[in-house]
Design a binder for this molecule. Structure first.
Ligand code: C2E
Ligand code: CA
Ligand code: CA
Length: 697
């Protein structure tokens, strides 16, 4: 046997194979970060795609490496072994990426895993070598082969370890390139050592010389591989960007969520308590009344307590003095009640008491008498002390009627007591509910008003706090009553709702608002107009179609109309709201959630509603200057709303102090008497030219 036949190397192709190896490692390091996502499906997709790319890459490096040497005889690669070596390379890469994505991998598992991966790549290499079908058979220089295997295993271990370290942290591109160079050198080194370990007998011939071969093929493989790697890298970079953004968003949402929980508790408390006296409010009282049960001898009673002559006292003592009296009244009421009774403040100087487990009417009149006594004692809020008295109306359920009528009946009884001179209590009698008569006649008049066009819309500006310009207006309905003058919606909207006129009224408002928008447009003023929708309108099946029709009829863009719906209504029936909001959004009409902060809503519902604006209720705004809680609520609401892409509107801004706090908190729009009261349409054009819109210092 003469001198063994040896390879000669083409240094250019050796360099090219090294460059490819480094690039493959660079991309693989990126892939290792992709597979480490918590999303299991995405992780699997990246593992599978990554295995194809990395496996093909390593295989191509090896293939190009084989081409770097030439034997002094004609050679070619057998199809079968070449294909098989590719399959093994992909499998080894898959094992590597899945191991990199595995949750725990340390110590022996890492070393064993790396051995498996290395074995795969060595197998690929050997299969590749076998694709050179030489006769006689190749013999191996075992120490050199062992060294190559060791290097492959070391490279595999290093790769796995690096993949796992990098997946948690973000590291720079320069570092990534350095690591890739190391891995590439290991990969190529193992390859050439492995090749050098092959010893061919002199005079060997290649039996597969007629199969795969030629420089063109090498070039093609190399080009395809590089292209594949580039595409992968681009995809990986895009993925990294998307993930970075998601991470940032998640982070800010988490922060907002935390603030929110606190704000929610505060909102909850606000929803149940009257901030001035600390007594329950109307909402809490109604809830309590709803839950109260009657049965057997046990009945319920509601006592309506109203102060006599409180208004003049309030006027002469000033705001602070009046508040003091009210707080003292609350304290005295608490003291005279039986345990288990509930007292709430439901209006300026109006209080209601719920008595449960009432057996005799005398139980109620005794409590009423104690209340009258307690409130008749002088109040030490000024000099001389203030004297006021009170009137109490009493109703009993089920004797006098259903639970739902109790408060109104007690109110009627209280009025009767007042008419009789005050300082006394009166038990409800059916003739007292004249209110019902009044509502009935109002209803008749309202029908006429709707037909004769006695309704008008007033418009109140909303101001963009950043751009300091008109952001839009809210349409507020008024009734130009022939005898009673201009009536506010509080008087007739409840009547309309109760007697089924709200649909007609709402339709009129919608039409009139659209007509006005068109008219302003002709005068050169493009304004967004918000209309208020009541609960019943939300349940009208054809609401969205009618809005759409009105917009078309007047030729107004849908994006110019906004529908305000109160928070309480939106949260009552979230699925209906979601559906209607969704349909409105589809025709291009935006939605604002009105009176936010008065209901029991969980802020997290907001995420599910396609709303555009959040209007923070006047009651929260009015406390801004005096209450840290109110400020915290507004701050949290603004942050959350912004995280969800909603604009925040503050309503009822009355002072420059409130305005400054709101502007400081980045509240988007401001509405309130500080800027303008609701005004007839023709005044708006002039008003909108006024400067500065945000008012002075
Ligand atoms: P809202 O939707 O909360 O409307 C805002 C109310 O706050 C208006 O009362 C407005 O005049 C008043 N307001 C605005 N700025 C200030 C301020 O700085 N201080 C104070 N104290 N009040 C301010 P308005 O016009 O009496 O309307 C009362 C409610 O009637 C409205 O409350 C709305 O719920 C309802 N409403 C008005 N127009 C319509 C309508 O066309 N359809 C329906 N369904 N409801 C309407
Ligand atoms: Ca409103
Ligand atoms: Ca409102």
């Amino acid at each position: 046997m003469g001198a063994a036949m040896t390879f000669s190397y083409d240094p250019l192709i050796v360099a090219a194979s090294l460059a490819m190896a480094v690039f493959v490692a660079f991309v693989a390091l990126d892939l290792a970060q992709r597979v480490a996502t918590r999303d299991r499906v995405m992780s699997r997709i990246w593992c599978t795609g990554g295995a194809l790319v990395t496996g093909s890459g390593v295989w191509a490096v090896h293939f190009v490496g084989m081409m770097a040497h030439s034997l002094p005889v004609a050679t070619g690669y057998s199809y079968g072994f070449t294909g098989l070596s590719w399959v093994v390379a992909v499998l080894a890469a898959a094992a590597m990426l899945f191991l990199a994505a595995a949750r725990r991998l340390a110590g022996w598992r890492l070393i064993g895993g790396a051995a498996l991966v290395a074995a795969g790549f060595i197998g690929m290499h050997q299969l590749g070598m076998m694709s050179l079908d030489m006769a006689p058979q190749v013999r191996w220089n075992l120490p050199l082969f062992g060294a190559a295997a060791l290097l492959a295993w070391l490279t595999g271990t290093a790769a796995l370890w690096l993949f796992r370290r990098r997946r948690d942290g973000r590291s720079g591109r320069a570092q990534q390139f350095g690591l890739a160079t190391g891995l590439g050198l290991g990969m190529v080194g193992a390859h050439y050592m492995g090749m050098a370990a092959a010893m061919y007998a002199p005079g060997s011939v290649c039996l597969s010389a007629d199969q795969l071969g030629g420089d063109g093929l090498v070039l093609m493989v190399a080009a395809a591989t590089v292209l594949m790697q580039v595409l992968t890298l681009v995809t990986a970079l895009l993925d990294a960007r998307v993930r970075g953004r998601t991470r940032d968003l998640t982070h800010s949402l988490e922060q907002a969520h935390h603030q929110l929980q606190e704000a929610n508790e505060e909102l909850d408390r606000r929803a149940h308590l009257d901030p001035l006296t600390g007594l329950p409010n109307r909402a809490f009282f109604d809830e309590r009344l709803n839950q109260a049960r009657v049965g057997g001898m046990r009945k319920l009673a509601v006592l309506f307590v109203d102060l006599d002559g409180f208004k003049p006292v309030n006027d002469s003592l000033g705001h602070a003095g009046g508040d003091k009296v009210l707080r003292e009244v609350a304290d005295r009421l608490r003291r005279v009640l039986r345990t288990g009774d509930t007292v709430a403040r439901i209006g300026g100087d109006e209080f209601v008491v719920l008595m449960e487990d009432v057996v005799h009417t005398a139980d109620c009149t005794a409590v009423a008498a104690r209340i009258l006594d307690a409130l008749a004692r002088p109040f030490a809020v000024g000099d001389p002390p203030v004297h006021i008295s009170s009137s109490v109306g009493i109703t009993i359920h089920p004797d006098h009627g259903p639970k739902s009528a109790l408060v109104a009946q007690a109110d009627a009884a209280m009025r009767a007591a007042k008419r009789a001179g005050g300082r006394q209590h009166a038990l409800f009698e059916s003739h007292m509910s004249s209110n019902a008569h009044e509502q009935l006649s109002l209803q008749v008049e309202l029908r006429r008003a709707l037909e004769c066009g006695e309704l008008v819309l007033y418009y109140q500006p909303k101001i963009d706090s950043r751009r300091r310009e008109l952001a839009g207006v809210e349409a507020l309905v008024r009734w130009n009553h022939p005898e009673r003058g201009l009536l506010g919606p509080a008087v007739f909207i409840p009547v309309a709702e109760r007697f089924g006129l709200i649909g007609q009224l709402g339709q009129w408002v919608l039409d009139e608002a659209c007509r006005q928008m068109k008219e302003w447009a002709r005068a050169g003023l493009r304004v967004h107009v918000a209309i208020n929708l009541s609960a019943q309108q939300l349940h009208e099946a054809d609401l969205v179609e009618r809005i759409d029709a009105a917009l078309r009829r007047h030729g107004v863009a849908a994006s110019q109309l906004l529908c305000e719906i109160t928070e309480t209504v939106t949260m009552e029936d979230v699925s209906t709201t979601q559906e209607v909001f969704g349909r409105l959004a589809r025709i291009g009409v935006f939605i604002a959630i009105d009176d936010f902060g008065t209901g029991y809503s969980s802020l997290s519902y907001l995420r599910r509603l396609p709303a555009r604006q959040l209007k923070i209720d006047r009651s929260v705004i009015s406390d801004l200057e005096t209450s840290a809680d109110a400020r915290a609520v507004v701050d949290a609401v603004v942050r959350l709303a912004h995280a969800l892409g909603l604009r925040v509107v503050a309503e009822g801004v009355e002072t420059a102090g409130q305005r400054d706090i709101l502007v400081g908190m980045h509240c988007d729009e401001l509405q309130g008497y500080l800027f303008a009261r609701p005004m007839p349409a023709d005044q708006l054009v002039t008003w909108s030219r006024r400067r500065p819109l945000l008012g002075r210092g």
